[in-house]
Design a protein. Structure first.
Length: 581
C-alpha cells in the first residue's frame, strides 16, 4: 500500500476537534496529487492523508485491500483504518512530535516507478523512484523514448509489441515482464503495466507503472530448475507415480504410470479427456492376491481419498491385450491446513517378475510337499509297527530310539502340512468349513492336549459363552500355534495366560507370554510369509517363519484380524478377533 504524503504529520492522538470531518470531502486536487485518474488505474492501493493523519483520498484498490468502502474510510484516522501501522516507525515519529511539540517529516518512498509518455512513447514525466530502480535520474529519462534503449536482451521486440497493444486498446491495462539494464551495468527484471489514457481530460498521456521483480524472477527460476530436476528424477524411477486432487482429477503423472495405463506418455495421459481416460481404465480388470475381484472401495487410491494410508497387491488384467501384470500399489493422502484430503499420491511398483518367480517357487514347494507326504506316511506306519513289535519284546532301549524317530517324523509331517497350506493359500484353494464352533470347548481341548507336554502353567481367563461360525480344525490350529510359540519363546517363565473377551459383535482371544519379547522394528512384518526374527535372544529357536503367517491368513479368511503387542525383554501378547455371526 502506498501513502501519498510529503508534508508533516501530527501525532494521531493530538486533539484537533476544531477541524471538521468535512476535510474528507476535499479530494486531492491541483498540485497535491495532479492525476487522480492515474491513481485510480494504479495496480497498488494508495492513500492521501492530511496533517492530522486523516484519510483525504483513496483509490479503488485501497477499498479492496482494506475490505472497506470509500465512505467508511474518507475522513477516518489511518490509525483506526490500519491498526497495525501503530507498530511502524511512522507512529513512533508522530508520538515524538506530540512530546516535543515539533513537526516530524515523513517521506514515503514508493517501490514502483511511474512514467508518462505521449502517443509516440516520448517520456514527459518520470518519478524520482526510478533512480532507485535503474540508477538513472528522472531528467535523464524525460524527452527520451520509453523503450528506446538498446540494452534489452531480446532487442526490444517484446516492448514494441507491448506499446502496440497499449495504443490499440485504450483504458485497458497491458502487462509485460522483461529484463532491462541498470546504470551500473547489471540486468534486472522489470514488471511494467501500461494504460492508454490519452483521451482522459487532465491526463492525456500513457501511464506506465514499473516494478522491480528481480528477486521474484530469481526465485521462480530456482523453482523451475528444481521442478525440472524433480521431473527428471520422477520420470526415471522404476515406479509409476500419480497425484490426484480431492475431485479425483489428475494433477501429475510420470511416464511410467502413463505406460502402465496404456498411454504413450505422461503428457498424453494428462491431456486425455475424462471420458477417454475412464474408457482406458475400464480395459483393466483388477484382482487381489487371492484371485478375487477387487472392489473399487477396497483399492488403496479410494482408501487414501478417505484419509487412510493404504497398500495392496493388485493384479491388473488388460482385457483388450489379454495380458496382466502384478502391481504393489501404495496410496498416501496429503492434507490441507483444515485436515481435509487435498491430494492423493499413488505409487505403483511393477512386481510381475517377482510374482512369477514366487509362483514358480510356490509350485515347487507344493510339488515337493506332495512328494514328501507319501514317504512320510510310510515311514510313520513302519515306525508304529516297529514300536508295537519291540514293545511286545520289552526292548526299552530300542523303544527310546523309535520314540525319538517318531517325534522327528511327526515334526516333519507338520512342516509338510504347513507348506501345503501355504501353497493352497497362495493359490486361493484353502477351503474353510462353515460350522458352529464352541470357542470355550475348543480352547479347553487345545489347552488340555498341550498342558501335559510342557512345564508352563496354561491359565485361561474369561469365557465366550457362545459359538461362532467357522472351521473348527483351522481355528484349533491357530490356537495351537499361538500357545506353542508362547511356550517356546518364554523358556525362563512359568506361565502362559489365555484371555477370552467379547462384545456384542466380536470375540477376542489373547495369548500372553512373559518371555523374550519382540523389537518394535519386527512387529509389522511378523505375519509375512517366511519372516523370521533374527537376534541374539532368539537365535537358538528353530522355525521357518510360516506358522504365524498361516494363523494370520486363517483368521483373515474368517473375517477377523490378528495383531501383536510386545515389549522386548518383557514378553508378547498375540491377539485375534472374530466376528460373531
Amino acid at each position: 500500500m502506498d501513502l501519498a504524503h510529503d508534508e508533516s504529520l501530527r501525532s494521531p492522538d493530538q486533539n484537533d476537534g476544531e477541524e471538521q470531518k468535512s476535510t474528507s470531502e476535499q479530494t486531492v486536487q491541483g498540485s497535491a496529487i495532479p492525476y487522480t485518474t492515474i491513481f485510480e488505474h494504479m495496480p497498488d492501493a494508495l492513500l492521501a492523508l492530511d496533517m492530522q493523519g486523516r484519510i483525504t483520498y483513496l483509490n479503488h484498490q485501497t477499498e479492496s485491500f482494506l475490505q472497506k468502502t470509500r465512505a467508511q474510510l474518507l475522513g477516518s484516522s489511518i490509525w483506526e483504518a490500519i491498526p497495525k501501522i501503530r507498530d511502524t516507525p511512522l507512529f513512533q515519529n508522530c508520538q515524538q512530535a506530540k512530546t516535543t511539540g515539533k513537526t516530524v517529516s515523513f517521506e514515503y518512498h514508493s517501490a514502483d516507478g511511474i512514467a508518462l509518455t505521449d502517443m509516440h512513447g516520448v517520456i514527459t514525466y518520470a518519478s524520482p523512484s526510478t533512480t532507485r530502480m535503474v540508477g538513472y535520474l528522472p531528467e535523464e529519462f524525460v524527452g527520451g523514448r520509453i523503450f528506446g534503449r538498446k540494452d534489452y536482451p531480446d532487442g526490444g521486440e517484446a516492448t514494441r509489441r507491448l506499446m502496440a497493444r497499449v495504443l490499440e486498446e485504450p483504458r485497458k491495462s497491458q502487462l509485460l515482464e522483461f529484463r532491462t539494464g541498470h546504470k551500473n551495468g547489471t540486468f534486472i527484471w522489470m514488471e511494467v503495466t501500461g494504460i492508454n489514457l490519452l483521451d482522459e481530460p487532465g491526463v492525456e498521456a500513457i501511464v506506465w507503472n514499473f516494478r522491480d521483480v528481480t528477486e521474484r524472477k530469481q526465485l521462480e527460476q530456482e523453482v523451475a530448475k528444481a521442478k525440472e530436476q524433480l521431473e527428471a528424477i520422477l520420470n526415471n524411477v522404476a515406479d509409476g507415480i500419480v497425484v490426484a486432487d480431492a475431485n479425483n482429477s489428475l494433477v501429475y503423472v510420470n511416464d511410467v504410470a502413463a505406460r502402465m495405463t496404456g498411454f504413450p506418455s505422461a503428457a498424453a495421459m494428462l491431456a486425455a479427456p475424462q471420458s477417454a481416460f475412464g474408457e482406458r481404465l475400464r480395459r483393466f480388470a483388477t484382482w487381489d492376491e487371492q484371485g478375487r475381484p477387487l472392489p473399487f472401495k477396497e483399492r488403496p487410491g479410494f482408501q487414501a481419498s478417505q484419509g487412510k494410508k493404504a497398500h495392496a497387491l493388485v493384479l491388473y488384467q488388460d482385457t483388450l491385450a489379454d495380458q496382466g501384470y502384478w502391481t504393489l500399489m501404495r496410496a498416501q493422502p496429503i492434507f490441507d491446513a483444515q485436515a481435509q484430503v487435498q491430494f492423493v499420491v499413488s505409487v505403483f511398483t511393477d512386481i510381475t517378475e517377482q510374482k512369477e518367480f514366487e509362483q514358480r517357487k510356490d509350485h515347487f514347494i507344493s510339488m515337493a510337499s506332495h512328494e514328501l507326504k507319501t514317504p512320510l506316511a510310510i515311514l510313520s506306519a513302519f515306525t508304529q509297527l516297529l514300536r508295537e513289535r519291540f514293545e511286545a519284546e520289552d526292548r526299552q532301549d530300542v523303544m527310546l530310539h523309535l520314540s525319538k524317530m517318531d517325534d522327528q517324523i511327526t515334526r516333519l509331517t507338520k512342516l509338510v502340512a504347513d507348506l501345503l497350506d501355504i501353497s493352497k493359500m497362495q493359490a486361493g484353494k484353502l477351503e474353510l468349513a462353515q460350522e458352529a464352533v464352541d470357542m470355550d470347548e475348543l480352547l479347553r481341548e487345545v489347552v488340555d492336549n498341550l498342558q501335559p507336554t510342557t512345564t508352563h502353567r496354561l491359565l485361561v481367563e474369561g469365557a465366550a459363552h457362545r459359538s461362532i461360525t467357522g472351521d473348527r480344525d483351522r481355528l484349533g490350529q491357530v490356537l495351537m500355534n499361538l500357545l506353542t510359540n508362547a511356550i517356546k519363546y518364554s523358556p525362563q517363565a512359568e506361565t502362559v495366560v489365555v484371555r477370552v473377551a467379547q462384545t456384542r459383535d466380536t470375540l477376542t482371544v489373547s495369548v500372553q507370554d512373559f518371555g523374550i519379547g519382540i523389537a518394535q522394528s519386527h512387529q509389522e512384518k511378523l505375519f509375512e510369509r517366511f519372516y523370521r526374527v533374527y537376534s541374539e535372544k532368539d537365535q537358538t529357536y528353530p522355525g521357518l517363519g510360516i506358522g504365524l503367517y498361516i494363523a494370520h491368513e486363517i483368521i483373515r479368511r474368517h473375517g477377523g484380524k490378528m495383531w501383536v503387542d510386545s515389549v522386548e525383554g518383557k514378553g508378547s501378547i498375540f491377539s485375534f478377533s472374530l466376528p460373531i455371526r
